[in-house]
Structure formats: C-alpha cells, structure tokens
Design a protein around this ligand. Structure first.
Ligand SMILES: Nc1ncnc2c1ncn2[C@@H]1O[C@H](COP(=O)(O)OP(=O)(O)OP(=O)(O)O)[C@@H](O)[C@H]1O
Ligand SMILES: [Mg+2]
Length: 234
C-alpha cells in the first residue's frame, strides 16, 4: 500500500525579488510500514521535502498525497488537524518541554492534540515508555537524562497518538555515533512492532545504511532510490 505519493513535487521559496528553487519536481512513493531515509548534502532540500510531507509547508507545484489525502490543497487549519491526527514528529534538538517530566512529555499530545480520557492515556504512555526503555525514568525532567534518552522519549511522544507516519528531520544530528545508531534501531523496532511508517533524513552514511529505501537528494532533485543491499555497500 502506498502511503505517500509525490508527482512533480516542487517548492520554490520567494523572498522579495529572489526565488530559491529548493525542491525541483521530484517523484517518489513511500509504502506503508516502510523505513525510509532521505539523504543529501546541506541545502539539497531534505528539510523542505519533509516539511511538505508533514504539512508544515506548502508545495508550490506538483502533487503530494499523504494517506490518500491531497495535502497540497489543505488550508492552515486543515493541515494542523491532519498533522494532529496522523503524523508524529521527531526533531534534531529533541524539543521536549523542559518543565514537564518524561511521562508528561509523552502524555502531552494526548491532552493537547487529541482528547484522550485519563485511564487510556496512562496505559498508552506507560506502554510506550516501556517500549522505548524509558519507564524507569518517567518522573525525571529532560535536563536529568542524556541526549539519547531524550530522543527515545521523543520517539515515544511521536507515537503517542498512534500516528501512522513519523517524520524525523536529522533525528541523530546531536547524538554521538553509537547513540545515533541505537535511536535508529529503536525506530525500526517500533516500526516492526506497530507498523508505523518512518521517514527520516540524515547526513550519516552508516545511519543511512539502516534504511530499507534511501532517496538521495542533490540540489533539489532526486537520484534513483537505492534498496538496502545497495545502500549498505555505498
Ligand atoms: N524558508 C526559506 N526561505 C528561503 N529559502 C529557504 C528556506 N528554507 C530553505 N531554503 C533554501 O532551500 C534550499 C533547501 O534547503 P533545506 O533546508 O531543505 O536543505 P537541507 O537538505 O535540509 O539542508 P541541511 O542538511 O543543511 O539541513 C536551500 O538552498 C535553502 O537555502
Ligand atoms: Mg535540513
């Protein structure tokens, strides 16, 4: 089943008189339950592409369908709604709320984005903290845990609303290599267990080798995708 389909997808930023073509007519499909990486040098368009998939930014051309919804036509409110219902995000700098505990950070979208009753919330948060190996730290605050642990909590938070798709723009950029590798392994485990589709971007060739499909961006254009076996030898 195809989860994401892009056809001639284009984004040109316009600032004053200057036009910056960031994504130049790319075509790709991403299957449900897959584990996909976008790679490419700085400025190649990775964040722009992920932001369009995540309905944080509008395409300026082409078509983009996410979960059978044509997201290029959504207005601001519908886009926010769509995100809240279907998409989880993991960020490079973790973005945990410093005054909330680990538990409360994972619970947050279940209160603020969706309106879950307390008992179901508790069950969901504990189940996810357990799955990411963080239940023993549930009462700690973000400044009391390591970077890798923060990103584990962020993965749990992204999955809290049972999102079908998790987008992670350079989720390992602020982690040392071993920790980065373990966070990617964790995402893969969650994909295996929950069937969530994960799409992430990275600079790190070793991390990239963990993806099943690797899309390489170069100056806003896409190279042919490589499958895991090729990527591992790249
Ligand atoms: N808000 C914006 N306004 C104008 N130009 C932008 C904007 N965001 C990105 N760009 C430009 O679009 C191009 C693609 O940027 P993008 O951030 O998508 O690249 P990236 O692959 O994510 O890079 P990095 O690896 O450094 O994060 C770059 O030329 C960038 O300068
Ligand atoms: Mg980027």
């Amino acid at each position: 089943m195809t989860l994401i389909r892009a056809q001639g997808l284009t984004k040109t930023y316009v600032t004053g008189e200057v036009e910056v073509p960031a994504v130049k007519g790319v075509d790709f499909t991403i299957n449900a339950k897959s584990f996909v990486a976008f790679v490419g040098p700085s400025g190649s368009g990775k964040s722009t592409l992920l932001n369009m998939i995540g309905c944080l930014d509008h395409p300026t051309g082409g078509r983009l369908s996410v979960l059978d919804t044509d997201v290029s036509t959504l207005n601001r409110r519908s886009a926010a709604n769509f995100r809240g219902q279907h998409i989880g995000f993991v960020f490079q700098d973790f973005n945990l709320i410093p005054i909330l505990t680990v538990y409360e950070n994972v619970e947050y979208p279940l209160i603020m984005v969706q309106d879950w009753p307390e008992q179901t919330r508790r069950k969901q948060v504990m189940r996810l903290l357990d799955a990411v190996g963080m239940s023993a730290q549930a009462g700690k605050r973000p400044d009391q845990i390591s970077g890798g642990q923060k990103q584990r909590v962020a993965v749990a938070r992204a999955l809290a609303t049972n999102a079908q798709l998790v987008l992670a723009d350079e989720p390992t950029a602020n982690l040392d290599h071993d920790t980065a590798y373990r966070v990617i392994e964790l995402m893969k485990k969650m994909r295996d267990e929950l069937g969530t589709t994960f799409v992430f971007s990275t600079h790190d060739p070793k991390i990239m080798g963990e993806a099943e499909v690797v899309y390489t961006l170069e100056d806003g254009k896409l190279r042919a995708p490589s499958l895991k076996s090729e990527a591992a030898h790249a």
